[in-house]
Write a protein that binds this ligand. Sequence first.
Ligand code: IFM
Length: 438
Amino acid sequence: MIPHRASFPEGFVFGAATAAYQIEGSSFGGAGPSHWDTFAATPGNVKHADSGAIACDHYHRWAEDLDLVKAAGFDAYRFSTSWSRVMPDGVTINPEGLDFYDRLVDGMAARGLRPFLTLYHWDLPAALSDKGGWRNRETCHRFGDFTEEVIRRIGDRVETVATINEPWCVAWLSHFLGAHAPGLRDIRAAARAMHHILLAHGVAIERLRALGQKNLGIVLNFDHASPASDRAEDLRAAAVQDAIFNRWFAQAIFQGSYPDLALEGLAPHLPPRWQSDLPLIGQKLDWLGVNYYTRHIHAAAPDTAWPATREVPGPLPKTQMGWEIYPEGLQGFLTRLERDYTKGLPLYVTENGMANDDHADIPDTVRESFIAGHFQAAQNAIAAGVNLRGFFYWSLLDNYEWAEGYEKRFGLVHVDYNTQVRTPKASWHALQRALARN
Ligand code: IFM
């Protein structure tokens, strides 16, 4: 059973999360092409060649979707602004785009929902991708321009602002592993993106503070790195992956440096004078968002190039994504972040959830017990002294799961993509019971 809100500290925030490209429909409202549109249009990149052109048609159905957030009993809604909707060519404003987000935050206020804004959740305008995207330092400054425009328009009505969602995905998954747009597999591109995405964060924080915006943070994702065995090579493989995935971003932001184990491979490819950007990257934040889904098991792969590791399948029950269900990892990251990095700074679990092959008529009891396990892990972390202030389920709706297309269903609400009919799943009802104020 999902722990009731009364078993969390007074004022703990419960929310549901989504992201622009995954639900809005990028073909509506004068949005320009993003690198996800072009990535999806390239054979073999996305299952069934699905794109976000229509997605959940949230651009037109946002009021119904906010009603679903409210009716479930959530306090807050985490959403993102699409850069290519606000600036179709990456620089010129599309008034319709800003009008849309204006309506959306007003819609949240009308329902008593607290808006948690993420400025960038991956929809880079294709015109900026043409100029090198996150490999190009200039993109960081164009990002600063974009964030200022959004905040000037809706900053007065949002509770928190995150600059970037999951820089590891923006940089490593997309430029080293090639699984997300722009689909590169190149260590130099990856190193530059790993640095520039953090620089973009720093540029935005500096500019938004100058505008007087409060409650600024970033959302990082964490993936527990387990060694495949106790052999020194496997311990090192897990430590290297931990450095790339979990420590690179947190260490830069909270300690002003990059981990040596990651620099071993990346330093030769970083942009010149990268060290001089670290103070901007490490500006003080007001909160940190933690996205957590799973763990991976790593073994040494001695015959391959750096980082010379490979993943080994794990024994735990898996979600539709093939990800092991491992709530202990969430507790571990929350306590580790508090101890080593954030030291009392407010933390939010900004994403946690699972994909399941569910349809409107199948009770998603697996998701209910997934949520229960992760709520329990959050409570254990709070009991251990972590300053955790809220928990957002990913995701409100079934939606566009990037390279997996529409096949993987993360939603509390089922979406029929032929009719766009929304049907709350059993887990939505279970959360509604857990969040009810008696
Ligand atoms: O759907 C994604 C989301 O866009 C970012 N975090 C992980 C989710 C599940 O893969």
